[in-house]
Design a protein around this ligand. Sequence first.
Ligand code: ATP
Length: 220
Amino acid sequence: MTTRRPPRAPRLARVTPGRRSPRLGIFGGTFDPPHFGHLALAEWARVELALDAVLFVPAGEPPHKRAGTSTAAAHRLAMTRLAIRGNERFRVSTLEVRRRGQSYTVDTLQALARAHPGARLHLLMGADTYATFGSWREPGAIARAAALVVALRPGSAGRRAASGRRVTWLSNPGLDVSSRALRARAARGRSLRYLVPDAVARYIARHGLYRRARARRPRP
Ligand code: ATP
C-alpha cells in the first residue's frame, strides 16, 4: 500500500527584485465552529485578490466575546485545521491561541508583518465585523498594516456601512450561516451536514461539543 503525503503548505515566495510581493490573507475569528461561510469568504478573497495564501487565525480569548463563553481554544484550533484540509492555499496560525490574555488584531498583524517581511497583508472579515471596526484597538494602525477586505454577509449592512476608510468589498455570495446558529442546532441534536465540512461535524459529534455548557478538552 502506498501512503500519500498530505499536500505541503505553500511557502510564501521570497521577496526578490522584479518579483511581486507575496500577498497574504489574514482571517481571524472565533471559529466556534468553523463553517462553510468562513471557507467561502476565504476562498473568494483568495481568488479575487490573487492571494498566495490565507492564514486562518483562531482567537485565543476574543476581546469582543465574554470571557469563558467560547469553546476551549484547543477544540476550535483542531476544528479549524480539519476545516481547511484539502485547500493547499489555506493555513492555520496558532499565534493567538498561544498568546496569553486577550487577542488584539493590531498585535497579531504586527507579529505577522515581522514573520513575513515584505508580504502584503490583507485582513479579511465579514460586514458585521467591519461594522464594529471603529471600536477596535488602534484601528488606524491596523489599516496601515493591512488592506481591509470585507465580505458581504446576510443581515449585515453592505457597502453603505463604509466609513471613508479604504476597503475592498468582495462580491461574494452571502451565505446565511453562522456559528451561533450551528451551536444552537448542535445543542438540539440537529445535523450540521452541508453547513460545516464533514470532518468538523464528526469532530463535534465525537467530542460532544455544544451539547452541554462545557465540553471536555480534547485528549492530547
Ligand atoms: P458567531 O455566530 O459565534 O458570532 P460567526 O459565524 O460570526 O460566529 P466568527 O468566527 O465570529 O463566526 O467570524 C469570523 C469572521 O468571519 C468574521 O469577520 C465574520 O464576519 C465572518 N463571517 C462569519 N460567517 C460569515 C458568513 N456566513 N458570511 C460572511 N462572513 C462571515
